[in-house]
Design a protein around this ligand. Structure first.
Ligand SMILES: C[S@@+](CC[C@H](N)C(=O)[O-])C[C@H]1O[C@@H](n2cnc3c(N)ncnc32)[C@H](O)[C@@H]1O
Length: 258
């Protein structure tokens, strides 16, 4: 997030569009960092009736410069690009994220894109570096050696939490990692941001692969049933939470129907 907020400041843009809010950890960091209202934050999440969406609403009380939007970023981002901005993509991931970058970089008001989880020596990192002409990554040695001291307090706090207790620089538990931590990439929209020949080959291959996967319906019925029942539970919680946007929500009570 330090890399992303620095890029926003260096480019001097007044609009940040976030794709993939979930529980709004990153949204909250953006809202807390840009407190002077010179930067407007529009945050997009495609799943509405979920526990995450309620947690996010509660997390973001009292941040007047954050607007919460629901829908698919592929349809929504460019509609929000009304002036120079930077975009932060933390969902979708992988190929969908790269496709989204290729879509939105066509708009010259999108000055830079942050794309999360693009670790060293992964196929996605290679694709991004091949397609886009101007990129930087938060796990590059010069960036880590200059700024990792800012994380000192973070690394000592993570062991307190179940989910992150095994996280450390360059490893998770006993497993060594090539990257310092989860990596953010920045794609700058310079004069010729995309190597079109490589992008064309990539998109053609990818679309072909997607078609093949869609033909394989194995397991699809179960996924539909699971998504539908999860949605119903959270739909009820969401309706109540939305009415009472400002107050705290006792999710457990709502879910048990008491
Ligand atoms: C890893 S989570 C985001 C975490 C969040 N940035 C944070 O720091 O707490 C990814 C989120 O992206 C959402 N997402 C995935 N594809 C999306 C799309 N096409 N449009 C909008 N949201 C999307 C998912 O529903 C999920 O909630």
């Amino acid at each position: 997030m330090f890399l992303f907020t620095s890029v926003v400041e260096l480019l001097g843009v007044g609009l940040v569009i976030e794709s993939g809010r979930a529980r709004a950890q990153s949204t909250k960091v953006l809202g807390s960092y840009f407190t002077d209202n010179k930067v407007e934050i529009k945050s997009i999440e495609n799943k509405k009736f979920t526990q995450d969406s309620i947690i996010a609403m509660n997390q973001l009380k009292g941040y007047p410069n954050i607007e919460l939007l629901y829908g698919n970023s592929t349809d929504l981002i460019l509609k929000q690009v009304t002036r120079p901005c930077t975009v932060l993509i933390d969902g979708p991931k992988r190929h969908e994220a790269i496709k989204l970058c290729l879509q939105i970089i066509k708009d010259e008001n999108v000055k830079a894109i942050g794309i999360h989880d693009v670790n060293k020596n992964t196929i996605f990192r290679h694709i991004i570096r091949s397609i886009f002409t101007d990129t930087i990554f938060s796990d590059e040695n010069n960036f880590v050696s200059r700024y990792s001291y800012l994380d000192d307090r973070v690394w000592s706090t993570l062991p307190k939490y179940k989910m992150t207790r095994d996280w450390a620089p360059y490893r998770v538990g006993d497993k060594k990692m090539e990257n310092y931590g989860p990596t953010l990439g920045i794609i700058f929209n310079n004069k010729n941001p995309v190597r079109k020949d490589i992008a064309d080959v990539y998109l053609t291959t990818l679309l072909d692969l997607e078609r093949k996967i869609k033909q394989d319906l194995h397991g699809k019925a179960w996924n539909i049933i699971r998504d539908y029942s999860e949605k119903l539970i959270y739909y009820l919680s969401f309706q109540l939470a939305y009415k009472d946007y400002i107050s705290s929500i006792k999710l457990d009570i709502l879910k048990s129907g008491k």
